[in-house]
Design a protein around this ligand. Structure first.
Ligand code: GLA
Length: 663
């Protein structure tokens, strides 16, 4: 779907306010340039006060007011938080944790995703909403549920157990196949009957890893089934109205965004970078590149961000002046066609009353609201960006099943996959290189360089895709603890990196994880440094050592290896080089692969991304650093946020400054 312009707005919860406040909302929204609001997300208890008894009159008036003000609705299906009557009538809809504790109503999302009762009541409500509002002039987009899997990531109750067994039967057909896949010969876990199979509830010690992995797959599917149930109802009523559901930022372990994205018309993301963390915009960048890649470069929506502070971290700093603007433009630079906030009017009561909003408690004459209005005006002035796309020559592979598996227990050492991604992604970000984040089954044609951090779970099919990429002249970089198990958590025979051994030209004999906070000496082509977290005893079989360990039992053994294969090159890292050395490795790998930065000679701290239209492109420059910088452009360009009449060859960016240049 294509947006007519870059959308601007936020969550709007009019049910929290008397009706006489709504008129002021409309006036201030129009003045702030609001074009899209998410409405009705938590309205279930209000529109269906008793089972089957509906009160939509007030909501009709909200939507009519929005239509009159020419503000679009990202209209929620209202099923994110069931009303108290549902669990009073049917306590079995309440979810249970792995330890058996039941989660009670009193917050939100208190439902078992597998519950047929929840799905039935939710589906009934969606029918009502779709039938009533499917032709409403304010309707632009369906907002299905809200942040699926945010609080209840999996449910371990008896209803879920039954659904898990159904799911397993569809996957394995008979119980002997399940026994084989789950390696149940180990610890006397062999099942004689399906009825013995349970979710991985709290057990005396380490649970079965294949059972846990399948339960993570199942839980993702159970939650996805709630979404598709609603989606299918909406499609019947309004086949032409696009649909989304907002992913929790930046990457949420229980929800496989790649699989979910295929079920949506437009992908949307909620993003809450931590203002206390100086590297937070790099992590945000990773999340934005991932959601953009989830539908192969299609523009996405930043569905929620905080105008200033959140209230749900232990300590909640406001965003200093200019930061909200900078981070909003970062999302647009990385392919967003919408900048929205949680939420429009700051709540007067409830658990989020200290969460910032576009319209703060202190009113419209406030710093935050002024910044919101200024941003709204800027966004309106750059409508021509809508629909343009970001292109990348580098892809980093991320796989949800691998994430579920690689961070499992009883491993050589605990690993944090997002930290591994960050270690590989940040040097590209710092070097002004645009990167896509793809699933392992993606088509890699057109990418010069593919980066594969810690792909512990590796299927033969993925190995074949990677081999083909290199054979045809591409470059590949794989890092340690990859190619260890197949998709049932069984070891690849012959040792890691399993089906990649020939491609990488090496064999890993032993994993030598470093002590917590330990490091190991490295030499990279004469440059000394430290390796972090992990090391491995690698036996080359064709690969050449470019870097070696310099200390301990592994001194003199290869740490960084390079292997020519077909028309391309495959690299292997047997440790995680410290950031400066990782940058050096990636700079070299990139240079050999022919991957250039967006613009040569950019100052440190400046992010540069290009969005491409049919006959023109836009360069977005963002100064994340603390000092003013000047950027020389290859050709004069017009800054859409500056003096639109005067093309410029030199752009000066204040700290937190932004330029949107048409070339
Ligand atoms: C999430 C939810 C919102 C709100 C915000 C607060 O993103 O979707 O309803 O709770 O967090 O940050």
């Amino acid at each position: 779907m294509t947006m007519p312009r870059i959308m601007f707005g936020g969550d709007y919860n009019p049910e929290q306010w008397p009706e006489d406040v709504w008129a002021e909302d409309m006036k201030l929204m129009a003045e702030a340039g609001v074009s899209l609001v998410s409405v009705g997300i938590f309205a279930w208890a209000r529109v269906e006060p008793r089972p089957g008894e509906y009160d939509f009159g007030w909501f009709d008036r909200v939507l009519d007011l929005l239509a009159e003000a020419d503000i679009g609705a990202s209209l929620a299906t209202m099923t994110a938080s069931p009303p108290p009557w549902l669990s009073r009538l049917h306590p079995e809809v309440l979810p249970r944790r792995a330890d058996g504790v039941r989660l009670w109503p009193g917050a939100r999302q208190h439902y078992c995703p597998s519950s047929p009762i929840y799905r039935e009541y939710a589906g009934r409500l969606v029918e009502q909403v779709a039938a009533r509002y499917g032709n409403h002039p304010a309707l632009r987009l369906w907002h299905v549920g809200n942040e699926y899997g945010c609080h209840v990531r999996a449910c371990y109750c008896d209803v879920s157990a039954t659904d898990f067994r159904r799911w397993l039967r569809e996957r394995y057909h008979d119980v002997e196949a399940l026994n084989a896949a789950w390696s149940t010969a180990f610890w006397s876990q062999r099942y004689g009957d399906w009825s013995e199979v349970l979710p991985p509830r709290t057990a005396p010690t380490f649970g079965n890893p294949a059972q846990k992995l399948d339960f993570a797959r199942f839980s993702n599917d159970a939650i996805l089934a709630c979404y598709t149930m609603e989606r299918d109802i909406l499609r019947r009523y309004t086949p032409d109205v696009p649909m989304t559901t907002n992913f929790i930022g930046l990457v949420h372990k229980p929800i496989d965004s790649f699989r979910w994205a295929a079920e949506q018309d437009v992908v949307s993301l909620d993003s809450y970078p931590d203002p206390y963390d100086p590297g937070t915009h790099v992590d945000a960048g990773f999340g934005y590149d991932l959601v953009r890649s989830a539908r192969r470069g299609q523009p996405w929506l930043l569905m929620e961000q905080a105008p200033s502070a959140v209230n749900w971290r232990e300590r909640n700093a406001p965003k200093p002046p200019g930061v909200m603007r900078l981070w909003s433009w970062q999302a647009v630079a990385q392919g967003a066609d919408g900048v929205l906030f949680f939420q429009w009017r700051q709540a007067a009561g409830g658990a989020e009353k200290f969460h910032s909003a576009m319209l703060p408690h202190a009113g419209a004459h406030t710093r935050i609201h002024r910044e919101v209005r200024d941003l709204g005006a800027e966004i309106a002035a750059t409508a021509e960006l809508a629909g343009t796309r970001v292109r990348a020559e580098v892809a980093l592979l991320h796989d949800w099943p691998n994430w579920w598996a690689v961070e499992g227990e009883a491993h050589p050492a605990p690993l944090d996959l997002l930290a591994a991604h960050r270690a590989h992604y940040a040097p590209l970000f710092d070097a002004h290189v645009t990167c896509d984040v793809l699933p392992p089954d993606a088509d890699l044609a057109g990418y010069r360089l593919v980066i594969v951090p810690n792909l512990y779970l590796l299927s033969a099919a993925t190995a074949a895709v990677l081999r083909e990429h290199v054979r045809r002249g591409g470059t590949l970089l794989v890092s340690y603890f990859s190619g260890v198990v197949d998709d049932t958590e069984r070891l690849h025979p012959g040792g890691a990196p399993g089906p990649l051994r020939d491609l990488l030209g090496l064999r890993v004999e032993e994993f030598w994880p470093l002590p917590a906070d330990g490091t190991i000496g490295l030499d990279l082509d004469g440059r000394p440094g430290r390796g972090l977290e992990w090391s491995e005893w690698v036996e080359p079989a064709g690969a050449q050592a470019i870097g070696t360990f310099t200390e301990g039992e592994l001194a003199g053994r290869p740490a960084v290896l390079r292997h020519s294969y077909g028309a391309g090159t495959a690299w292997y890292l047997a440790t995680r080089p410290e950031p400066a050395l990782m940058r050096a490795v990636l700079d070299r790998v990139r240079a050999e692969a022919g991957v250039a930065p967006v613009l040569p000679g950019l100052p440190d701290g400046v992010q540069a991304v290009r969005r491409h239209g049919v006959d023109r492109s836009y360069l977005l420059l963002l100064n994340h650093g603390g000092a003013e910088v000047t950027v020389a452009l290859p050709a004069p360009a017009v800054d859409l946020l500056g003096d639109a009449d005067r093309p410029t060859g030199l752009v000066t960016l204040a700290p937190r400054g932004v330029a949107v240049l048409r070339s």
